[in-house]
Design a protein. Structure first.
Length: 180
């Protein structure tokens, strides 16, 4: 990790438990508060990348008792066995293929509610457009790279901002939303 930039900038040599992460440390603090407030029964991460955020959410799920699933189309050196050892479900699929869409429908229908869907793969707006409609009222959606790869105009279907002032206060690239 590189100090102090890892506390403020996404993609700046941040790691969690020694595993590279795309989120800055302020994002992890926001996720902690989000999980405290919402107490989801399941969390799905779209875009595992190197696995740092997956490790964070795996351990959160282990302690808090929620089911965690992380999905990516390729393995970027993700410590799959370690994630699975602590209870994560690690899936490899193309989210934009017909079979990937069917797998996502099945996954989101079987997971306990409320569910939090974290869009952080390569095309956040398309992930949102395809998979947020599969969530139920009272579920949550989150997106990373807010203001660069993901913006307000990408919120189709719309969702209610959640913890917006907290995200803005720490200049986070993560945004949370409540599905209605």
């Amino acid at each position: 990790m590189k100090f102090p930039e890892c506390f403020e900038k996404a993609h700046y040599q941040t790691s969690f438990c020694g595993v590279e992460a795309s989120q800055a440390w302020n994002d992890l603090a926001l996720w902690e508060e989000f999980l405290n407030r919402t107490q989801p029964k399941s969390v799905v991460e779209l875009g595992t990348f190197k696995g740092g955020m997956a490790m964070y959410l795996t351990l959160q799920g282990l302690i808090r008792g929620f089911q965690f699933v992380t999905i990516d189309s390729t393995n970027h050196g993700v410590p799959i066995q370690k994630l699975q050892k602590f209870g994560a479900e690690v899936l490899q699929m193309d989210l934009f293929s017909a079979s990937g869409e069917e797998q996502m429908k099945e996954l989101l229908s079987r997971l306990p509610k409320p569910c939090a869907l974290f869009c952080d793969d390569g095309n956040k707006s398309e992930e949102w457009k395809r998979y947020v409609p599969l969530l139920a009222a009272g579920d949550y959606a989150a997106g990373h790279d807010w203001g660069t790869e993901f913006r307000e105009e990408n919120l189709v279907p719309p969702a209610r901002p959640y913890m917006q002032s907290e995200c803005e206060a720490v200049e986070s690239m993560t945004r949370f939303f409540e599905v209605f």
